[in-house]
Structure formats: C-alpha cells, structure tokens
Design a protein around this ligand. Structure first.
Ligand code: PLP
Length: 385
C-alpha cells in the first residue's frame, strides 16, 4: 500500500506526481555534475533515465521483490530482451525452458542466434537433471513458471541449485505469479521480470515491463538496459503504480473466480484435463503449492477431442469471453492455443484434443460458467455434424 510513496515523490498528496520530462534542468554546474555522477542511483538526470514517477514505481517494485533494484521497460518483452542482452554475448550458451512465451523463443532463435549465442531448450519437468545440459559456456538459464499456455510448473529451487553450482545467472519470467504471490529472489533467482501489462496494471490499457535484480546482477542489468535505451512513458508508469495498490485484492478475486470456473470445467465430459496449477492434472502443480502463495485467473484446459471448426463454434461470438492474446485485465478472455505448444523443440506436445486458455476476469463466475456452457453445447453440436 505504501511502497513508493515517500514524501520526495508525493509532496503533500497521496500519490506520486506524474513528472513528464525530457529535460531536467540544473541551476549550477555542481548540481549538473552531481546528477551525472549519481544518475544510476535515482538522481534525476535526463528523461530517458526516468523521472521521480519512474523512481517511485521502481522503488515500489524492488521493495515488493526484495530486490537491489528494478528497471522499468516499455513492455514485458523488452524486459525479457533487455535482461537476456545484459548477460549474454558472442560465444555464450543459454538454457531456455521449452514451454517459454513464444516471443522469447523467437528472440533467442533469431536475434540471439545472429549475435552468436547458442540456445538449448529444456524439458520443463527437468529439475536437478538440468545439470546434464550445462556447458562450459552456459551463462544464463531462462525460466518461466508456469509456462505460457501449457502451464507446466518448474522445480525452481532445484534449478537454482544447478545454476549456483556453475555460477550461471537465472532469469525468471514471473508474470504469472507476480511479486505479490511469489518472490523469486528470496529463492535464489537472480532476476525476476514481469510483463506489468498484465496484473500489475490490471485494466488492459497499458504496456509496461519490469525486471528486478539481486545485488549481484543489479548494476549490470541497469547499465546495459540503459545503454540499450529502454525507457517507458511516465503516464503508463503512473498507471502501474496505481495498479499495485489493488493488486492483492484483484488477484484474490481472479483466483476465486477462476477456481469456480475450473472446478465446473473439470466436471464436464468434454474436458480431458485442466492445466491449472491448483489441480494435480497440471504438470508440476506440487511445486506451485510448495513455492507460490496464491493464484490468479489464468489457466488452460485440454479437450478430449475436436477440431478447429468445433472449437470455433464454441469460442466465436461468446457473450462475455472475447478472444485476445493478453491477460491480467479485469475482463475474461479465451484463446484457442492449439498450434502454439507445437512450436516446442525439446519435448513433444501430444494431447488428445485442442488446448484452450482462459483468463477469468472479475465478472460474476456464474455468468462466465453460463457463457462457457453455451459454448460447449455449440462445440458438441458442431462435432455431431
Ligand atoms: C508470460 C509472459 N511474459 C511476457 C509477456 C510479454 O509482455 P508484453 O506483452 O508486455 O510485452 C507476456 C505477454 O503476453 C506473457 O504472457
């Protein structure tokens, strides 16, 4: 509630001011030189470095993550590319979980490959056995748990153990749990990043990213990210700062609504299994129960059978669920994700039927269940044709 709200940011009002600026002005050479010297330590210097609005948000997020510092990016994908570029160079090797967010995979396969960085994808079920894939030039392990769309949860402490043994930097995409429900740095992860576009902002109207680093990695992360010229709009940052005030209550409501919908889906004969970290049918759910303090509104399910046309009959023109690639807002979303896990390369996606991802919003869960029930009726009718 109070992180990032010290008087230097707020003055005599409740929230930090929106300080829009390209130019920061100084009255004396001594003041200007002071800003140059301490520009990496929160002293206003030039707009690209951020203003007091940026610093208030970064301070709040670093506090939430028990981090040495937080860098703010224009979107979550920029946090991913910025963190990877900060710790990788020509000739390095990178380990990436096979269930990773698709644009992360593209970045590794294209930009990093062009730079001479070799990527090996690994099975999300690997824990300590990941040790066998470590090479003498492995510099980074990139984790995402649960994994995008397919939702496998990773044994993070086991992987941290491997990384620490070899002095490898660990970067976790923690967009799912958020730093409200899970503090990766406490577990030994070096860098925890999030697409703040999702639950941090929470209203589907802002693109933003953050990466929080421990003492060991903060200086390298912030210097490289600044050199790469990542900077975000203070209006968006202000919106994110407001978002964190309600993050806990929103997440709890998303979680409760999602559990109601998931339990109902679990009883439907058309559904093969749920990929929701609270359900044993989700690979690695035991790790989620062990390591993470709460859930949210996002989960997937696999149908017992069906084809593209039947899924379209279910999802087209639903009443409350719209289709969209994002999640974390107040509204419910559905995504037909069948062809996406197929892009994995270390593991095979061989499920009995199509994969659908739902984001359960803050609507009345019974209204959402009614919408899904009507969709499944259309699905059954389409299959019978
Ligand atoms: C797990 C995960 N990480 C990162 C991102 C990227 O975030 P952004 O859209 O803010 O670039 C997304 C977006 O969907 C995501 O789902």
């Amino acid at each position: 509630m109070h992180a990032g709200r010290s008087k230097k940011y707020t003055g005599d009002i409740v929230n930090p001011r929106i300080a829009r600026a390209s130019t920061i002005v100084f009255d004396t050479i001594a003041e200007l030189e002071h800003a140059v010297r301490y520009r990496h330590d929160g002293v206003p210097y030039y707009g690209r470095r951020g203003t007091t609005t940026t610093f208030a948000f970064a301070e709040a997020m670093a506090q939430l993550d028990n981090a040495a510092g937080c860098y703010v990016y224009p979107c979550g994908t920029a946090a991913i590319t910025g963190a990877l570029l900060s710790f990788l160079g020509n000739g390095d090797h990178l380990l990436v979980v096979d269930s990773v967010y698709e644009p992360t995979r593209y970045f590794c396969n294209q930009t990093l490959a062009r730079m001479g960085v070799e990527t090996t994808y690994y099975d999300p079920a690997l824990g300590e056995d990941l040790d066998q894939l470590v090479q003498s030039n492995t510099k980074v392990i990139f984790l995402e748990s649960p994994g995008s769309l397919s939702m496998e949860v990773q044994d993070l402490p086991a992987i941290v153990k491997v990384a620490q043994k070899h002095g490898i930097v660990t970067i976790l995409d923690n967009t799912y749990a958020t730093s409200w429900n899970f503090k990766p740095l406490d577990l030994g992860i070096d860098i925890s990043l999030q697409s703040a576009t999702k639950y941090i902002c929470g209203h589907s109207d802002v693109m933003l990213g953050i990466a929080c680093a421990n003492e060991h990695c903060w200086d390298i992360l912030q210097r490289n990210s600044y050199e790469l010229a990542f900077c975000a709009s203070v209006d968006d940052i202000y919106t994110a700062l407001r978002g964190i005030r309600t993050l806990g209550v929103r997440l709890k409501q998303h979680q409760d609504n999602a559990l109601s919908v998931a339990r109902w889906l679990d009883g439907r004969s058309e559904v093969d299994h749920l990929r929701h970290p609270a359900f044993a049918s989700c690979p690695g759910s035991e790790y989620y129960q062990r390591d993470v303090g709460g859930g949210n509104g996002l989960f997937s399910f696999v149908l017992k059978g069906g084809d593209d046309a039947a899924v379209a009959a279910m999802l087209d023109n639903m009443n409350l669920f719209k289709m969209g690639f994002s999640w974390g807002g107040f509204e419910s979303l559905a995504l037909y994700a069948n062809n996406m896990p197929a892009k994995r390369s270390a593991t095979v996606w061989d499920q009995p039927g199509p994969l659908v991802r739902l984001h359960i919003g803050l609507e009345d869960p019974q209204d959402l269940i009614d919408d899904l029930a009507a969709g499944l009726d259309r699905f059954i009718k389409a299959l019978a044709r």
